[in-house]
Design a protein around this ligand. Structure first.
Ligand code: GDP
Length: 198
C-alpha cells in the first residue's frame, strides 16, 4: 500500500468523541518508549505525524489519523510508565479500556513489543485482556536493528514459548520492524491493505 495522505484528525480521552465515520480502524499500542511514534512515522513516511518524545508517558491521548481517506490509524497512549501518578494511571486505563470495549470500527490492534526485552508481565497481561475480550491483535517486534539476527530469532522463539505456555494455543501473527531502516514497513501496510480489501 502506498501512503498518499496521512492527516491528523482529533486527539481525545473519550471514545464517544472519536470520529463517527465508519472507516476501518487499526490501533497501535505498547509500553512507553517501545518505539510507537517512530513506527507510525516510518509506516506513514511522515517524520512528524506522531510526536516522538523524550518524555515517556507524557502524551495520554487517543490520536486519530486518517490514511488515504480510507482508514484510521490510531495512536494510543503508551502504558506502563511508572512515573505516572496512580490517579492519572487509573483514568488512562479506563479510557483505554473503553476504547477497546466500545470502538466498533476497530479491526485490528498492533501490540508493540521491544524485540530486545524478554517478555514483560504488563504486555502479556494486556494481550490476555485483548484475548478475553476477543479483540483481534497482532504483535510487532520493534527496534530489530538493535539486535543480531540470531539474537532476534532467539527472543522471538522465547516469546512464543512464553505465550504458548500461558493461556495461548499459539502466538498471533507477528511482524519484525525497525524505524531506523524501515524493516517491516511493506509487510505491515500490506497486511492492513489485505484486510481492508476483504
Ligand atoms: P514511543 O514512546 O513508543 O512513541 O517511542 P519513540 O518512537 O519516541 O522511541 C523511543 C526511543 O527509541 C527514541 O529514542 C527512538 O529514537 C528510539 N527508537 C524507536 N524506534 C527505533 C528503532 O526502530 N530502532 C532504533 N535503533 N531506535 C528506535
Amino acid at each position: 500500500m502506498k501512503i498518499k495522505s496521512a492527516d491528523f484528525i482529533i486527539s481525545n480521552t473519550d471514545v464517544s468523541k472519536c470520529p463517527k465515520e465508519q472507516l476501518p480502524e487499526y490501533a497501535f499500542i505498547g509500553r512507553s518508549n517501545v518505539g510507537k511514534s517512530s513506527l507510525i512515522n516510518m509506516l506513514t513516511g511522515r517524520n512528524k505525524l506522531a510526536k516522538t518524545s523524550g518524555r515517556p508517558g507524557k502524551t495520554q491521548l487517543i490520536n486519530h489519523f486518517k490514511i488515504n481517506n480510507n482508514w484510521f490509524l490510531v495512536d494510543l497512549p503508551g502504558y506502563g510508565y511508572a512515573k505516572v501518578s496512580k490517579s492519572i494511571k487509573r483514568t488512562f486505563q479506563s479510557f483505554i479500556k473503553n476504547y477497546f470495549l466500545q470502538r466498533e470500527q476497530l479491526i485490528c490492534t498492533f501490540v508493540l513489543i521491544d524485540s530486545r526485552l524478554e517478555p514483560q508481565k504488563i504486555d502479556l497481561e494486556f494481550m490476555e485482556f485483548l484475548g478475553e475480550k476477543e479483540i483481534p491483535f497482532v504483535i510487532v517486534f520493534t527496534k530489530s536493528d538493535k539486535l543480531k539476527l540470531n539474537e532476534l530469532n532467539k527472543n522471538i522463539q522465547f516469546y512464543k514459548k512464553k505465550m504458548t505456555s500461558a493461556v495461548w494455543e499459539e502466538m498471533p501473527p507477528y511482524f519484525i520492524t525497525s524505524a531506523t531502516n524501515s524493516t517491516g514497513k511493506d509487510e505491515v501496510l500490506n497486511y492492513i491493505d489485505e484486510i481492508n480489501k476483504q
